[in-house]
Design a binder for this molecule. Structure first.
Ligand SMILES: NC(=O)N[C@@H](CC(=O)O)C(=O)O
Ligand SMILES: [Zn+2]
Ligand SMILES: [Zn+2]
Length: 350
């Protein structure tokens, strides 16, 4: 990292970052999501929860082609992910791995989040698949929440760690696991105590916000995402983890666009759009913690290191240059309301 050394930092140059968890959607939305992700992200782990989900090597590769068609310069590399179901086979894992274009498989507990209905109903059902993944070196990405309706929504991540993930880690000691979009102090502690093959992504919105932002003084649907924002002690634990320099925690925006009318509804969809300003939002969070010097490791080094990929070799520069986020952006034939709509963001990428 290089930056000027006066009291307030006004420019910050870091190795080009990657996004280790993003939703680009499909069809008419792709041109808009790919434009945003490829502005400065070198690579991104592309979530496979499409309708229907990308459950096979063929569907994942076809999706990759549709993404590449929106970014013909090839400056951006989509890293594909297989969507695990109860029916996924060990052969499919080996086939996917052999393509060199599919880097991970995603465990969605069935019903846990957006488009997860075809997910896994019991982790035991995929034990042969996890064994194959461990053998061939394919990462397991996890949406870590239980789906039991008797468990309070604010406790679902913690209970998942206690009742499911602990066993998976113990039973597959050499399987690389990323606990995605962590939201609790419990998850931070779990990852820190786990062996070196367990890491986590943290979103910008879980660093910047807690459930008061979503619920106090009126209900704000654009902050509603899963796992849901928690109380501020959890936000503080996430901030401490992200800015600690611990290489087990790295950037994954979980930017997850939904049309405005699907969010502002009686039963609104889960997901927050942050790809319009992802590194800028992280910069705001890290600055708040007085830890801008820790941003580069989190955003640009620890992700590729964990995935066993080379770090990017070029850089991007952030400038302190406040700008107003628009009320909405075009998304396909409709619009999406981004995080910080109509508010100011201090940083801009040159
Ligand atoms: N995070 C969310 O609230 N939503 C994501 C799904 C997910 O990542 O769980 C989506 O696809 O909309
Ligand atoms: Zn998720
Ligand atoms: Zn996600």
């Amino acid at each position: 990292m290089t930056s000027n050394t006066s009291n307030t930092v006004t420019t910050l140059t870091i190795t080009r970052p990657d996004d280790w968890h993003v939703h680009l959607r499909d069809g008419e939305q792709l041109k808009d999501t790919v434009r945003d992700i490829s502005r400065y992200m070198g690579r991104a782990i592309i979530m496979p929860n499409l309708v229907p989900p990308a459950t096979s090597t063929e569907t994942a590769l076809a999706y990759r082609e549709r993404i590449m068609a929106e970014e013909p310069q090839g400056n951006f590399e989509p890293l594909m992910v297989l969507y695990l179901t109860d029916k996924t086979t060990a052969e499919e894992i080996k086939k996917a791995k052999a393509t060199g274009k599919i880097f991970a498989a995603k465990l969605y507990p069935a019903g846990a989040t957006t488009n997860s209905d075809s997910g896994v109903t019991s982790v035991k059902n995929i034990y042969p698949v996890l064994k194959a993944m461990q053998e061939v070196g394919m990462l397991l990405l996890v949406h870590g929440e239980v789906t039991d309706s008797s468990i309070d929504i604010f406790d679902r991540e913690k209970v998942f760690l206690e009742t499911i993930l602990g066993d998976v880690v113990a039973d597959f000691p050499e399987l690389k696991i990323v606990l995605e979009h962590i939201t609790t102090k419990d998850a931070v502690e779990f990852v820190m105590a786990a062996p070196k093959y367990v890491a986590a992504t943290i979103t910008a919105h879980h660093l910047l916000y807690n459930r008061n932002h979503m619920l106090a003084g009126g209900i704000r649907p654009h902050y509603y995402c899963l796992p849901i924002l928690k109380r501020n002690i959890h936000q503080q634990a996430l901030m401490a983890a992200a800015t600690s320099g611990n290489e087990k925690f790295f950037l994954g925006t979980d930017s997850a666009p939904h049309y405005k009318d699907k969010k502002e509804a009686a039963c609104g969809c889960a997901g927050a759009y942050t790809a319009h300003a992802s590194i800028e939002l992280y910069a705001e969070a890290f600055e708040e913690a007085g830890a801008l010097d820790k941003l580069e490791g989190f955003a640009s080094h620890f992700g590729p290191d964990f995935y066993g990929l080379a770090r990017n070799t070029d850089t991007i520069t952030l400038e302190r240059s406040p700008w107003q986020v628009p009320a909405s952006y075009t998304l396909g034939d409709s619009e999406v309301v981004p995080i910080k709509a109509e508010s100011t963001i201090d940083w801009q990428v040159k």
